[in-house]
Design a protein around this ligand. Structure first.
Ligand SMILES: NC(=O)c1ccc[n+]([C@@H]2O[C@H](COP(=O)([O-])OP(=O)(O)OC[C@H]3O[C@@H](n4cnc5c(N)ncnc54)[C@H](OP(=O)(O)O)[C@@H]3O)[C@@H](O)[C@H]2O)c1
Length: 324
């Protein structure tokens, strides 16, 4: 596979915007040094991000070229019927640009490798917030024709690069056999409870960048059975953090880049102090032993359960969500 644009370098850490609504925290993050902002249409907050970016440009804090802006195609806007629904991808991308007040994205990702037919679906996740299957969705796998549409809109100049998110190795291979265009990156869940080693190695070996989401455990209150606590409260993490005079969050973020410098952690915070704390998580090294001790916490546990099952078998997840 090949790319038609020269590869861009990703900044070493990104600011996540899931469940963020405060324009001033995004402004503060960029002022503090973040250069990658990870957005998504599904987060329903891109206007707030756009307002922050506009203000940062007007105040001369950064220029458009200094900032790497990522957004994602929602599950409701895949190509549903080949040859008919490419307009869904176009309208979503154009709406995103309008909300963010930008002419183009640096990176446009396919948020998930499955699609919903109803573009107006109120709750477009495979599972409801209590974890039960969402009874209102109909789903099918349409990522190949959706990918082709994304390639076309990249070639039209609406984004510099395109990539995927939540794709397994099998899906990456499937896409490779279909398209000559390699995804610039795969963004997936990556933290000590879900180390996703083989997927990371596959991506790195294939020249595909890795963006690690939920590096702190997503502020979730559900925990894996063996550890039974949040990542930030895990005693192994706390012990290693104390030994290195760092916070638990800084230790987790540092770990995410320790196995491979190609991994870019995407961390969300709306708190000004924590935004700065997280930014300072890079630039020092955990010992090899510490990295191994942290990696040993792996339980293949996903905080984002709409993606099917502990071992990543998304087909099972889809069938399960449909009650089959
Ligand atoms: N592609 C996908 O499907 C996908 C899925 C999930 C996430 N993402 C992306 O990845 C980003 C990060 O993942 P995430 O938002 O799920 O979770 P995360 O970054 O692992 O954790 C965010 C949570 O940790 C708290 N936090 C942040 N810094 C902290 C610190 N230093 N000490 C203690 N608590 C801290 C935040 O609260 P405060 O805000 O109060 O600090 C928030 O509750 C998202 O925002 C999104 O951009 C992508």
């Amino acid at each position: 596979m090949s790319t038609t644009s020269p590869p861009l370098s990703l900044p070493p850490i990104g600011l996540g915007t899931f469940k963020t609504s405060i324009t001033s925290s995004i402004y503060h993050a960029v002022k503090s040094g973040y250069r990658l902002i990870d957005c998504a249409a599904a987060y329903s907050n891109q206007e707030a991000v756009g307002d922050a970016l506009q203000q940062l440009f007007e105040d001369g804090v950064v220029t458009r070229d200094d900032i790497f802006v990522v957004s994602k195609l929602p599950n409701t806007h895949h190509v549903w019927t080949e040859g008919v629904d490419e307009g869904r991808v176009e309208s979503s991308l154009k709406d995103t640009l309008k909300e963010l007040k930008l002419d183009k994205l640096d990176l446009f990702l396919m948020h998930w490798p499955f699609a919903f037919e109803d573009v107006n679906l109120h709750y477009p996740s495979a599972r409801l917030s209590d974890g039960s299957p969402n009874p209102s969705v109909s789903m099918k796998c349409e990522y190949k024709s959706t990918w082709d549409a994304m390639v076309r809109f990249r070639d039209l100049g609406l984004c510099n690069q395109i990539g995927v998110s939540n794709f397994t190795i099998e899906q990456m291979e499937d896409l490779k056999s279909h398209s000559a265009v390699t995804p610039f990156c795969n963004q997936f869940e990556y933290h000590p409870y879900c180390t996703n080693d083989s997927l990371r190695k596959y991506c790195v070996d294939s020249g595909i960048k890795v963006m690690a989401y939920s590096p702190l455990g997503s502020g979730s209150s559900s925990y894996p059975p063996i550890s039974g606590c949040s990542l930030l409260d895990n005693s192994v993490i706390k012990r290693i953090a104390t030994a290195n005079s760092r916070s638990a969050a800084q230790t987790l973020i540092n770990w995410s880049t320790a196995s491979d410098e190609n991994v870019v952690p995407v961390v969300k915070s709306e708190n000004e102090g924590r935004i700065v704390e997280n930014m300072a998580a890079l630039g020092w090294e955990l010992s090899r032993d510490a990295v191994e001790n942290i990696s040993d916490l792996n339980e293949n546990y996903r905080f984002f359960k709409s993606y099917g099952g502990v071992n990543g078998g998304w087909h099972d997840g889809v069938l399960e969500a449909r009650g089959e």
